[in-house]
Design a protein around this ligand. Structure first.
Ligand SMILES: *[C@@H]1O[C@H](CO)[C@@H](O)[C@H](O)[C@H]1NC(C)=O
Ligand SMILES: *[C@@H]1O[C@H](CO)[C@@H](O)[C@H](O)[C@H]1NC(C)=O
Ligand SMILES: *[C@@H]1O[C@H](CO)[C@@H](O)[C@H](O)[C@H]1NC(C)=O
Ligand SMILES: *[C@@H]1O[C@H](CO)[C@@H](O)[C@H](O)[C@H]1NC(C)=O
Length: 766
């Protein structure tokens, strides 16, 4: 509590200030630095990869006109397809990570007579200073304008795909012609942001986006759907939606199927229905910090009497024109707004006393002040493009005179990279052309740092510095303890080139003056499963492959904002056909007390836990998606805490509450929150499908425990959801006093063997 004063102080500074410039005056430039800067990205691990063309300007390289008249389909599609002159990019010849491409679209209106087909490892980026329009021609006949889904891969492994800074437009297509602007049947490590879905008003058969093939994604953020009939038509496992406006639709967000999701900062204007879940195929959905104006029904739901169809509303402001805030089974069950200090819940609520059924009931809620803006909403930040900088304020890390950096996955770039980072701090944005920047020692990131990658530029650790399991060392250290300032990471990827039991991929010590100053946007982690790492080739057996310690460690005095980040310890090989059973001790370790925001986080297949919140305060956890390491469970020879026994930290679960031979108890905890206070969780999907090193299919009871909540104060957890797990929440890990809160096989989510808890309030203390 002695830090309360400090938080309030920070909040006061933040309210009236802009991003500290640290000597840089961001100038208005014409055009975008990224269009003008030298492009020398490579694909390090394929034949002739130094000649691989990463950056493709559809106008200057491929002859698209962007004049609003010419059919530009062939020119733009050629930019997607262009490869090395031998194999085609659609062939998958280079695996998921070997054929990186940025299809860059300068300002202009590009007429399209046919759908564009994208592939894995492709980012389509428009000029954010003047977003290009991809416009369906009046005679367009295909069902989709843009296929983000790569049919060469199952939707659940459609990884490393992006679409940003563009307008998708169907305004020239007849109102009754059935067209969907985007097929987005994709999964983790994808980005959809800063896109306007522009459909004609009254376009009765126009849809913004859908995903008929499903997928397993994390986040859609900062996009607008205008006109048409439906904004988003959802058929997915999970989602965190943030910063989305739906205008002039019959239905804004139509959840045909969504096991779990959270909508934050959603704005519905002039829609008949905002959110629709009448299909009764949604396990849980939370709507927070959202508004509705001139809307008939904000949320039209099935009146489910079971855990299926759980709903939470918190800080939802509707104006007088809104006829019904929630309609369930055709009956108006909520009218008016839901304030920030309360939550309205439909579903099963556990604690403070034993479980109770709520079908439209208000509960008290509390939000940590350190996490809020002046309106009482949680702070959110749009991902930086650094568009306010001119090209001479950005340096290409591979083009600094006298300080060569290779990014080729072979050369040790540590020394020169560190020098460039030090020189740029407070002065320049650093652009990392696509490649793998190998480092053999800690890279220290000082205040004033801004990094922009390209189709996920990699920083990859190697060497003896990172090999001691008992002495974790950061690969990228963001500030020293106590430092304040800016450190932002956009489109980067952190990985390991070797088996490194002592490697913390990222350690954050720095705090910003406001949310997002220290921020990670569309920046991911990968441990094994791809070319360029011994973890890809040498990790058949997790017992001998302690591949890394933790993806990210947020230390006590840090404050950071994370959005759309996936910590993936590989469960299969993306590029070749090696076995993939690395053991990474943990995903995200959060010990920060100064304010942490995590939105749309995936953490999968780590050995001890996926997210561990320990002695932390002021933590916002938006939607979390996690899966277990598939070598654990029945038929596994390796019981946790193996292979990490002997190097456990105080924060780690030691599994002492499990019988020594109980393989299904000795499996990674999805979310471990202990000795913490002021923690608010909005949605988590915890899925188990296999048991044992041979990936034996299992069902019903594949894992004993999902989540452990122990000794917390002011913990509000909404939307715990499981598949094939026996106990959803353990209320304590101490000794034998394990309280099994709930066992909800067949309660929703995945139809069978799924559990859905609308809210866990047992440690909220209200
Ligand atoms: C192009 O890539 C394919 C697939 O990796 C490879 O077989 C071929 O040798 C490459 N051709 C050239 C000219 O690099
Ligand atoms: C468009 O066609 C798809 C596929 O047949 C169908 O599912 C969808 O309902 C149609 N949309 C509209 C608005 O008619
Ligand atoms: C919704 O689905 C659940 C699970 O299948 C079922 O128990 C419930 O009765 C359904 N509710 C409605 C309103 O159809
Ligand atoms: C796992 O093993 C335990 C103990 O042998 C057994 O009771 C349980 O049925 C097994 N579970 C599965 C899914 O095979």
């Amino acid at each position: 509590m002695r830090f309360t004063q400090f938080f309030l102080g920070l909040a006061a500074v933040a309210a009236g200030s802009t991003i500290p410039a640290e000597g840089v005056e961001a100038r208005h430039s014409s055009g975008y630095w990224y269009e003008k800067i030298q492009h020398n990205g490579i694909s390090p691990f394929i034949t002739n990869g130094k000649n691989w063309k990463v950056f493709r300007n559809v106008k200057t390289d491929f002859g698209a006109k962007g004049d609003g008249v010419t059919d530009d389909w062939a020119a733009i599609q050629a930019a997607f397809d262009y490869a090395n002159g031998t194999a085609s990019r659609s062939s998958g010849a280079w695996g998921t990570t070997g054929a990186p491409a940025v299809v860059y679209i300068p300002a202009g209106t590009y007429r399209l007579s046919k759908p564009l087909q994208s592939y894995v490892d492709t980012v389509v980026m428009g000029d954010p200073t003047n977003r290009p329009v991809l416009q369906a021609s009046p005679d367009f006949t295909d069902p989709f304008l843009y296929l983000g889904y790569d049919p060469g891969y199952d939707s659940t492994i459609n990884f490393y795909i992006g679409l940003k800074n563009v307008v998708l437009d169907s305004t020239k297509v007849p109102l009754a012609h059935n067209i969907t602007l985007l097929n987005w049947a994709v999964s983790q490590a994808v980005q959809l942001t800063n896109v306007l879905f522009n459909m004609p008003n009254g376009g009765v058969a126009h849809t913004g986006l859908s995903m008929p093939q499903g997928g397993s994604p994390l986040m859609i953020n900062d996009v607008v759907f205008s006109g048409g009939s439906v904004g988003i038509r959802m058929n997915e496992q999970q989602y965190h939606f943030k910063g989305i406006t739906f205008k002039n639709q019959d239905i804004g967000l139509k959840l045909d199927k969504l096991f779990e999701g959270t909508g934050q900062n959603l704005h519905f204007e002039s829609c008949k229905v905002g959110v629709e879940t009448t299909n009764n195929n949604t396990g849980f959905f939370a709507l927070i910090d959202s508004t509705a104006k001139n809307v008939g029904i904000l949320w039209n739901a099935a009146a489910s009497p079971t855990a299926q169809g759980s709903m939470v509303l918190e800080n939802v402001q509707v104006d007088k024109s809104v006829g019904s805030t929630v309609t369930a089974g055709g009956i108006n069950v909520l009218k008016g707004s839901v304030k920030a200090g309360q939550s309205w819940i439909w579903g099963n609520v556990y604690g403070p006393s034993n479980g109770q059924r709520a079908q439209g009931k208000f509960f008290p809620a509390s939000r940590p002040l350190a996490l809020l803006d002046i309106t009482g909403s949680y702070h959110t930040v749009t991902p930086p493009t650094f568009q306010e900088y001119s090209v001479d304020q950005v340096i290409n890390v591979k083009s600094v005179h006298g300080l060569p950096v290779a990014g080729d996955g072979v050369t040790d770039d540590t020394k020169n990279l560190q020098k460039i980072i030090n020189q740029a701090a407070g002065k320049k944005v650093i652009y990392f052309p696509h490649g793998t920047y190998l480092v053999s020692d800690t890279i220290v990131v000082p205040p004033g740092s801004r990094f922009h990658g390209e189709v996920w530029s990699e920083i990859s650790a190697t060497g003896n510095k990172f090999k001691n399991a008992n002495k974790p060392v950061p690969m990228v250290q963001v500030g020293k303890p106590g430092q304040l300032g800016v450190a932002q990471f956009v489109d980067m990827l952190f990985t390991v080139a070797d088996i490194l039991p002592g490697c913390e991929l990222v350690e954050v010590n720095m705090a910003g003056l406001k949310a997002g100053d220290v921020g990670f946007f569309n920046t991911h982690f990968r441990i094994g499963g791809a070319r360029g790492s011994k973890v890809q080739t040498d990790c058949d057996d997790p017992a001998t492959c302690k591949a890394a310690r933790v993806c990210a460690h947020l230390t006590t005095f840090s404050s950071s904002y994370w959005e759309n980040s996936w910590c993936w310890s590989a469960d299969h090989d993306l590029d070749d056909d090696n076995g993939a059973n690395p053991s990474t001790a943990g995903g995200f370790l959060v010990e920060s007390i100064r304010g942490t925001w995590m939105l749309g986080i995936g953490s999968e297949h780590n050995s001890l836990y996926q997210i561990n919140v320990y002695k932390a305060q002021n933590v916002f956890l938006g939607f979390q998606q996690s899966e277990t390491p598939y070598w654990q469970g029945n038929n596994s020879g390796l019981l946790t805490p193996l292979p990490w026994t002997g190097s456990l930290l105080d924060s780690d679960p030691d599994f002492s509450w499990c019988a020594p031979d109980d393989a299904q108890c000795r499996m990674a905890i999805f979310q471990y929150i202990h000795d913490s206070s002021n923690v608010n969780v909005y949605g988590g999907g915890y899925w188990v499908f296999f048991n044992g090193i041979n990936r034996d299919g299992c069902s019903a009871e594949c894992q004993q425990n999902a989540v452990i909540y122990a000794d917390n104060q002011k913990l509000y957890s909404y939307g715990v959801s499981t598949h094939n797990v026996r106990t959803m929440v353990l209320e304590s890990e101490r000794g034998k006093d394990v309280a099994e809160v709930v066992d909800t096989a067949n309660a929703g989510g995945w139809q069978s063997h799924g559990g859905v808890m609308a809210a866990y309030l047992g440690q909220s203390g209200y």
